[in-house]
Design a protein around this ligand. Sequence first.
Ligand SMILES: Cc1ncc(COP(=O)(O)O)c(C=O)c1O
Length: 388
Amino acid sequence: MRNRTARRLAQVSPSGIRKFFDLISSMEGVISLGVGEPDFATPWHITEAAINSLEQGYTMYTSNSGMLELRQELASYLKATFGLEYDPDTQMLITNGVSEGLDLAVRAILDPGDEIIMPDPSYVAYPACIVLADGVPVHVPTNCDNAFKLRAEDVEARVTERTRAILIGYPTNPTGAVMEANELAEIADVARRHDLLVISDEIYNLLVYDTEPTCFAALPGMKDSTILLAGFSKSYAMTGWRVGYAAGSTEIIAAMTKVHQYTALCAPIMGQVAAIEALKAGAAECEQMRDEYDRRRRVIIKGLNEMGLSCFEPKGAFYAFPSITITGMSSEEFAERLLKEEKVAVVPGSAFGQAGEGHVRCCYATSLSNIEEALNRMARFVKKYRRD
Ligand SMILES: Cc1ncc(COP(=O)(O)O)c(C=O)c1O
């Protein structure tokens, strides 16, 4: 029988994360350090704002670009926080999460065969989105010795005539790595020298520890060649509301809006209303959640290192990415056996690219008591299998 699905789909494997979660849903007593999602409910006043709007009949489409009030609030926030000036009418687009923003960005800029340079390991959607837009993801391995930072010289070595952009996301999923402004400036230099765009996924921008948030677009001269993607899912515990935003040059935002208006039309209105409330009055809760993640981060990093799974100190997001090489297992085998034998779910590092092999991703967006129990179970498992 003729193949009924597009050939390009064969290049995209199903998410290595989802596979595990299908397995977990059939088991009892599992502690999940798996799905990368806040364990907090959305702060109540944010939910309430959306409920009130529904009661008032706000159930319709918004403009393709998103509610003007939300774009204006975002423009004020970006100005106040990073000194960035975007025109809410032409340089901002409200998306269905950063997920959609990412898809729009690559579809807006790629012709078939064009390349995007990205770090490895990185968020599972990056290479998939690029391939689905008929582009070519070019992986730059990063490693634990360099705190999983992207080195400018490694990026530059991969620039070809087909390169259109560099795609980065700091703080990073799956490692929690953060790049400081001076390190990002070196990436900006490469982009400038080769006239490349930078797609900067800043979904975890408010979840940084012992360091200040940076915004790539705020680096000198980078505003017009950066596509800034960010949203509300992680910092405000709003994954289900599906709201994110893109900010960039008028030309790029117009191109992204063209794709968006025919594929998504707009982001959900209730999510947009909630996002306005989050921006106006959600900072305190955002901070409280961040402080709680920080407490958990310290506990999990200490616990993993003590049991022999060496783990560099992540400075952002809510992931630890320990090495599991002392067990001699592949990351997939480690995750599968840990789940079956000790009922702790982690994600194999290989799900995030080849350079993730030898590591597992542990998400610490779960209660301290869960983390402590998971660490006990993992320590028992590691003691049984360590080979050194
Ligand atoms: C790095 C990164 N970017 C984007 C997303 C998707 O975010 P959103 O919920 O805004 O679509 C995630 C979700 O895990 C992520 O980790």
